[in-house]
Design a binder for this molecule. Structure first.
Ligand code: ADE
Length: 362
C-alpha cells in the first residue's frame, strides 16, 4: 500500500465517528439506505431518521412490502422525497428481479432507480469491498486540494472526469470501502470547506493545494447560485367537527409527490394573493371560496427555490365532498398519521396554535 493510503487509513482507524450505519456495513441494504439519506442531508440530521427507518424497515423485503404512505411517513421531514420513492421502488425491484438480494454487480445496481455512480460505488466498496470509487462533495474537496485540480467540478465535465480517475487510482487493493469512508471522514472532520485544519491533517505532506499556499482556493467553484423566489398559498378548510382538510399530492410529482398538504397553489405572475387562494381551493380540492382570512406565513428553502408559503383559512360554498384523489380530515392529534413536508408541518402548527373559532363570517 502507498504511503498516502497507509497514513489515511491509520488516521481513520483512530478518529472515525461511531455512526449507526457503520455497525451494519456488511449489509448492502443498510449501506444503500444510509447513502441515500446522506445525499443532500447532514450526518446529524440523518441519524434519527436512519434509526427509525431501520427499526421499521429492517430488510429490503420489509421495505418492498410496505405501502408507499408508510414509507413517506418515515421520510417526512428529511426532504427531497424522490429519494424515498426511489428507495421503495428499488426495493420492489430487488424483491421481484433479484430474489430479494441487493446485487453486487455494478450494472444491476445502476439499473435501480435513484442509484447513480456515487451510490453504486459506495455500496460496492463499503458492503462488498469491491474496488469502486466514490465522489461526493467531501471527496471532491479532498481530491481537488490534494492534486490542485483545476476547473469547476459542478460545471466542467473534464474536471469531473479527472476527479473520478483520481478517486479510482487512489483505491488500495482489498481496502476500498474503508478507504472511501476515510476520504469522506477527512473531508467532514479535517479538510473542511471554509477552514481546513491542515495542522492536524494526516496527509498534509501529500497536499498540492497546501504547498501552493491557499487550500481554500480549491475546488475552483465559479458559479453563483441562482435563486428562484416562489410564493405559494395553502388553504385550511374545516368541516362541522372543526377538522381540517388535507389532500394528497400525486405520487408522480417531483416535488413532494405522495405527501399530504393543505390544498396548495403557486402564485402566478400578475395574480393577486386572493385570486391564488381561490385557485388553491378550487384546483386543490374543488372548493369555491366564500370567505378567507390569513393565519400565518412560513419560509422554506428547497434546492434553489426560496418559498414563501401563505396560509389562509377559508369557508367554502356548496360542497359535500372535496374533489381530490385522496383526502382526509385531521385534528392536531391525527396529523401524525400522514406524511407532511416540513413547511406544511410548520403551517398546520400555526393553524392549530391560532384560535380561529368565529373569526370567519360563515
Ligand atoms: N456521507 C456520505 N456517506 C457517508 C458515510 N458513509 N459516512 C459518513 N458520512 C457520509
Amino acid at each position: 500500500m502507498n504511503d498516502f493510503a497507509e497514513k489515511l487509513l491509520a488516521w481513520f482507524a483512530g478518529c472515525k465517528r461511531d455512526l449507526p450505519w457503520r455497525r451494519l456495513q456488511h449489509d448492502p441494504y443498510a449501506v444503500w439506505v444510509s447513502e441515500i439519506m446522506l445525499q443532500q442531508t447532514t450526518v446529524a440530521a440523518v441519524i434519527p431518521f436512519y434509526n427509525k427507518w431501520m427499526a421499521r424497515f429492517p430488510t429490503v423485503q420489509s421495505l418492498a412490502e410496505a405501502p408507499l404512505d408508510d414509507v413517506l411517513k418515515h421520510w417526512a421531514g428529511l426532504g427531497y422525497y424522490a429519494r424515498a420513492r426511489n428507495l421503495h421502488k428499488g426495493a420492489g425491484l430487488v424483491a421481484a428481479e433479484f430474489g430479494g438480494v441487493v446485487p453486487s454487480d455494478p450494472k444491476q445496481l445502476l439499473s435501480l432507480p435513484g442509484i447513480g455512480r456515487y451510490t453504486a460505488g459506495a455500496i460496492l466498496s463499503i458492503a462488498f469491498n469491491q474496488e469502486a470509487p466514490i465522489l461526493d462533495a467531501n471527496v471532491i474537496r479532498v481530491l481537488s486540494r490534494l492534486h490542485a485540480v483545476t476547473g469547476d467540478p459542478k460545471t466542467s465535465v473534464a474536471t469531473q472526469v479527472v476527479l473520478w480517475r483520481l478517486a479510482e487510482e487512489a483505491l488500495p487493493l482489498g481496502r476500498a470501502g474503508e478507504f472511501n469512508e476515510a476520504l469522506m471522514e477527512l473531508g467532514a472532520l479535517v479538510c473542511e470547506a471554509g477552514a481546513p485544519r491542515c495542522g492536524t491533517c494526516p496527509v498534509s505532506e501529500h497536499c498540492a493545494a497546501k504547498r501552493l499556499g491557499d487550500p481554500t482556493s480549491y475546488p475552483q467553484f465559479t458559479g453563483v447560485k441562482k435563486w428562484l423566489d416562489v410564493e405559494d398559498v395553502s388553504v385550511a378548510v374545516r368541516n362541522a367537527a372543526r377538522e381540517v382538510l388535507l389532500v394528497q399530492r400525486s405520487p408522480e410529482l417531483a416535488l413532494w409527490g405522495g405527501l399530504w398538504e393543505l390544498p396548495r397553489a403557486t402564485r402566478q405572475d400578475g395574480e393577486s394573493l386572493e385570486g391564488c387562494v381561490a385557485r388553491a381551493a378550487y384546483e386543490g380540492a374543488g372548493l369555491n371560496v366564500c370567505a378567507m382570512s390569513p393565519f400565518g406565513v412560513v419560509k422554506h428553502v428547497v434546492a434553489n427555490r426560496r418559498i414563501t408559503l401563505h396560509g389562509f383559512e377559508i369557508a367554502a360554498l356548496d360542497f359535500l365532498e372535496p374533489k381530490a384523489a385522496a383526502w382526509a380530515w385531521i385534528t392536531p392529534e391525527t396529523r401524525g398519521n400522514y406524511a407532511l413536508a416540513t413547511p406544511q408541518v410548520k403551517l398546520t402548527d400555526l393553524l392549530f396554535a391560532s384560535d380561529t373559532q368565529g373569526r370567519l363570517e360563515l
